[in-house]
Design a protein around this ligand. Sequence first.
Ligand code: F6R
Length: 353
Amino acid sequence: MVHPLDDVTLLKQLDKNEMLKVIEAFPENSLNALKIFDGYDLKVNKKTFRNIVIAGMGGSAIGGTLLRDWLQPTSPIPISISKNYSLPAYVNEDTLLMAVSYSGNTEETLSALVEAKKRQATIITFTSGGNMAKYANQEEIPCVKLPVGFQPRAAIPYQFFSLAVVARKVGLVEGTWSEVDESIKILRKLRSEMNIESPYDRNMAKQIASQLRGYIPLIYGSSIHEGVAYRWNTQINENSKIPAGSNNFPEAFHNAVMASEADAVLLKHVCAILLTDPYEQAETAAKIQRFRDIMSRRFGRLIEVSAFGKARLSRIMSSLYIGDFVSAYLGLLNGKDPSSIDSINELKRSNLG
Ligand code: F6R
């Protein structure tokens, strides 16, 4: 019998807004992003900022989170993500503030942007239009134009690489920029295995999606995968329309592991997803082994997904890419349009008052 995820015609019918096609185009969109954004004159140079703050919400915050995780071992200054109306007290004239809103109309991000202007931070905006583009134009703030036509979360190649190009312009990725090439090669290879035409038998993403059916996934990311684990979580919420949670190692050893003591009836419906890293530091890797043993004894199911590649960026991107595919297939298996965001829109409408 044909596996439901191999019925390509049916999948395409359900995927009304072509989320899978956009996910498949990730490598090309990454290259396109690099080409477009490299040519921008953003009026920033290797000035010594004391910190970088990336303000954004939801799908527009994830690019910054990945940048933070990628540059964490090498950046001499802190990179933090701010997801709120107001900014941390330390944002001032020594801050590089990157305000990201794909639509340009997210009220939390717009409010943070106005506050950054008052605090005299150096600002760059990233948006496809809306009120953010208008404000940037009016205040003469550099504006990186993200291409239109995407769901914000699906514009991740543009969201991430636009920020990465700026980080490069200010001198933060001198030793690590070569990682970009390897990452894109690995994304291409993974795409050839996980695309819609690739059959269930050799399609890791279709297999994981199928195994997740009927479970609530809790995702545990290795040290470098804090942002990626959260991306899996939110992609499963948004693309698959199911609840999920996330945590990361080694933090999960100090709290999340206690969930293994829950009632067996409850745990039957929970699936632990371990996002592991072949270069995890030895102490953490050993404890992940024990964590896996404890969780697999009690949780309804346990799935392990190992990152691909050597470079830190490849390991981050490969793990994220697998999650993006899994979330879309899982949504389709559940009969949902992965792109739809009715409840987010309902909330935003009520916010506007
Ligand atoms: C929708 C999505 C959301 C949005 C968020 C902020 O695809 O992922 O999480 O990203 O509601 O909106 P924007 O990105 O337009 O600022």
